[in-house]
Design a binder for this molecule. Structure first.
Ligand code: URA
Length: 421
């Protein structure tokens, strides 16, 4: 039977499994405009309410990937990348990409910007003077060949079907659908042309997925779909009930990442980087300077000032005023909610509401009393970096809500579980 959008919508309504051809017809139609927005919205609503089978999810993801440019690379060492579903203080990519590069792998990392309370890797890196995240495809190839890793924004037309669908999902309240989230995330990642994809699925108040069962379901769907599309994939479900590490912002997160690359930094950041690296040789690269060198090579190759590794205090941020938040009681920090900490950084100007808004690289929050700390009145809980008091009142209110003393020990373990094929 001739495929038409009417026939496809009718079969979606009747709950019939969609063929590869029907999914291709739909995806091509939303990109070339032959499927109208109301038709696409109806399709999304059916997909949202009845779900998609694993075969439909895999085919939809492939068609969304193939709706745009797919990078291809010369024969050579393993091509690997990591995707995180996003959180507060998540600077893992800044450390993990150089760790993998130091191990001889190739890391073509196309990353994104922050939105709302979650930061974006590109914003953080742009705190480094001169660092460019708008590399052309030719430049991406040069940087990957010379530095072993790049972290840059999208080039060309990556998964244009996702742009259309994501905007419509936002308008039709169909964002939180496991197969649609899967197609959206993976279509962009598969377009990088990697062999291996490691997923960091965050769960908790500061994450897109608030509950463990949702995160488990999403992780399973993502891993199975990536594998069905020929990419080796493992997911770790990790804690985002509290921020990762101590720094939340942009420039201060780069400083913390550099500390980690020098073998120091918060224990949780190092632990997560090594868990996601999935290579027993990774730890040595943090301790013997190889990962730091790889980071410096990547920074320089992307136009950034390589002296940032030796003089992070001078070259990152600056011009901000400090305000220290102090405890007014005795107690143990049993929870440090990620969401209000993310909101505090956002209110100070470290985040943005719309993709085109500017961010202030210098402002942010540094946690001085992390989970498990014992404090007494007057002890420092957090340092707030603000610019002329902008957003300070709201940030202090949020931080006040973030700290929980002497409650039940309910924090997630950092790495909750691993999902493999
Ligand atoms: N991130 C994405 O890229 N897509 C989604 O649908 C959700 C989160």
């Amino acid at each position: 039977m001739q495929l038409t959008i009417d026939r496809i919508l009718e079969s979606m309504r009747e709950g019939e499994e969609q063929s590869r051809e029907a999914l291709r017809f739909f995806v091509r139609g939303i990109v070339d405009g032959s499927v109208t927005r109301p038709q696409a919205a109806a399709w999304l609503a059916w997909a949202y309410s009845r779900g998609l089978t694993p075969a439909e999810t895999a085919a939809l993801t492939r068609e969304m990937t193939d709706s745009g440019d797919v990078l291809t690379w010369p024969e050579g060492p393993e091509l690997i990348d990591k995707h995180s579903t996003g959180g507060v203080g998540d600077k893992v990519s800044l450390v993990l990409a150089p760790v993998w590069a130091a191990l001889g792998k190739r890391v073509p990392m196309i990353s994104g910007r922050g939105l709302g309370h979650t930061g974006g890797t590109l914003d953080k890196l742009e705190a480094i003077p001169g660092f460019r995240t708008d590399l052309s495809e030719e430049e991406l190839r040069e940087v990957l060949a010379s530095a072993g890793a790049f972290i840059s924004g999208q080039t060309g037309e990556v998964a244009p079907a996702d742009k259309v669908l994501y905007a419509l999902r936002n308008e039709t309240q169909t964002v939180p659908s496991t197969p649609l989230v899967c197609g959206s995330i993976l279509s962009k990642k598969l377009a990088e042309g990697v062999h291996t994809l490691i997923l960091d699925i965050k769960v908790g108040s500061g994450a897109f997925m608030k509950t463990l069962d949702k995160a488990q379901h999403q992780a399973r769907t993502l891993v199975d779909t990536a594998i069905a599309n020929g990419v080796d994939c493992t997911a770790l479900i990790t804690a985002m009930d509290r921020p990762l590490g101590r720094a939340v912002g942009n420039a201060n997160e780069v400083r913390e990442a550099i500390d980690c690359l020098k073998g120091g930094g918060p224990a949780e950041l190092r632990e997560l980087v090594l868990a996601l690296a999935r290579d027993p040789a990774a730890e040595a690269t943090l301790d013997d300077g190889r990962a730091l060198e790889a980071f410096q090579r990547m920074v320089e190759a992307q136009g950034g000032d390589p002296r940032v590794v030796d003089e992070p205090e001078r070259l990152l941020g600056g011009g901000c005023t400090e305000h220290v938040v102090r405890a007014d009681r005795t107690g143990r920090v049993t929870m440090l909610h990620a969401l209000p900490v993310g909101r505090a950084a956002f209110d100070l100007g470290a985040g943005r509401l719309r993709a085109e808004d500017p961010v202030d690289f210098g402002v942010g929050v540094e946690i001085l009393a992390p989970l498990g700390s014992e404090v007494k009145p007057g002890d420092a809980l957090a340092r707030v970096l603000h610019r002329d008091g902008h957003g300070l009142g709201n940030a202090l209110e949020s931080l006040n809500q973030a700290f929980v003393f002497d409650g039940p020990d309910e924090a997630f373990p950092l790495v909750i579980e691993e999902v493999t094929g």
